[in-house]
Design a protein around this ligand. Structure first.
Ligand SMILES: [Zn+2]
Ligand SMILES: [Zn+2]
Length: 286
């Protein structure tokens, strides 16, 4: 007998070993945990990264098992998604966990920069595309890129967030094929402690304008619980006309699945979004 519904939303941003950095991402164990938690659905959103990153100060230090290549200029590129093996693994999970809706998706990084590659990839059909920015321009090298965290070594802290939001806005305004904007607050994961509290008031206008562009595009906003998301972002999303919200733990291992969902779902509900009649669907504007 399937577990009773718990009221938790679907986890729509989950990685397994098919992502180059998810070394502990056992897909079957993740599904097992989803069933134990009573989640209605889970979306695997494996990394599709097409932008190579210049090395941070001090060079690269990746944990064992991370898959990628470093070229002659020290640029790192995460390993490509093995689409066929990924799909087969999802199919095995669907067969083993028939009461759980398992979506086969991707997290597409800077998809608006690579229209041709993205068109080819998406012709293979995915159930969910989370569009994310992970990259900023490298101020040391015109045309080069760094991972957003490295941006703090090059820019004042607030300028990192501003540059990140500029690129999110450009992606939201583009016709890149993604359904949900991933982790709009991504650079805050590395906000330096010595920079003091984030000056939200100084960012509000820019954030609202990015969210308005996203809302006008018809896409959804993700509430990513890797960092507890400031609920004012969801309130601004609603006030900007946003219609739907996805929840994503950004789990890279089974134990991180649906982290913080109980509290975050209550906070999001208080801003005026509700579960849809179909528990596997995105939450909608009340
Ligand atoms: Zn991401
Ligand atoms: Zn992710």
């Amino acid at each position: 007998m399937p577990p009773q519904p718990t009221g938790l939303p679907a986890d729509d941003h989950v990685h397994s070993r098919f992502s180059w950095d998810a070394v502990a991402g056992d897909m079957e164990a993740t599904c097992e945990r989803a069933v134990a938690l009573g989640l209605p659905a889970i979306s695997f959103t494996e990394h599709v990264d097409l932008t190579a990153w210049n090395a941070p100060p001090g060079g690269w230090t990746w944990p064992d098992g991370v898959r990628g290549s470093i070229d002659g200029h020290g640029r790192f590129l995460g390993a490509a998604l093995e689409v066929d093996a990924y799909r087969e693994s999802v199919e095995r999970c669907r067969a083993r966990f028939p009461g759980l809706l398992v979506r086969c998706g991707i997290e597409l990084s800077e998809g608006h920069w690579y229209p041709d590659e993205v068109r080819d990839l998406l012709s293979r059909g995915f159930d969910r595309v989370v569009g994310s920015i992970h990259t900023l321009g490298d101020l040391r090298e015109p045309g080069g890129h760094v991972e957003a965290a490295t941006g703090y070594a090059q820019r004042p802290a607030l300028e990192v967030v501003r540059a990140y939001l500029d690129e999110v806005g450009a992606m939201a305004a583009s016709d890149a094929p993604f359904d949900v904007l991933g982790h709009v607050d991504y650079p805050l994961r590395h906000w330096p402690a010595d920079a003091g509290p984030l000056p939200w008031a100084e960012l509000e206008e820019q954030v609202r304008s990015v969210l308005a562009v996203l809302a006008a595009s018809g896409r959804a906003l993700e509430v990513n619980t890797s960092l507890p998301m400031d609920v004012r972002l969801v309130r601004w999303w609603r006030e900007s006309g946003g219609r739907a919200v996805a929840f994503g733990s950004d789990a890279h291992s089974p134990g991180e699945l649906a982290r913080g969902f109980r509290d975050v779902a209550a906070a999001v509900e208080a801003t005026g979004f509700r579960p849809a009649a179909d528990p596997t669907a995105l939450w909608a504007r009340a």
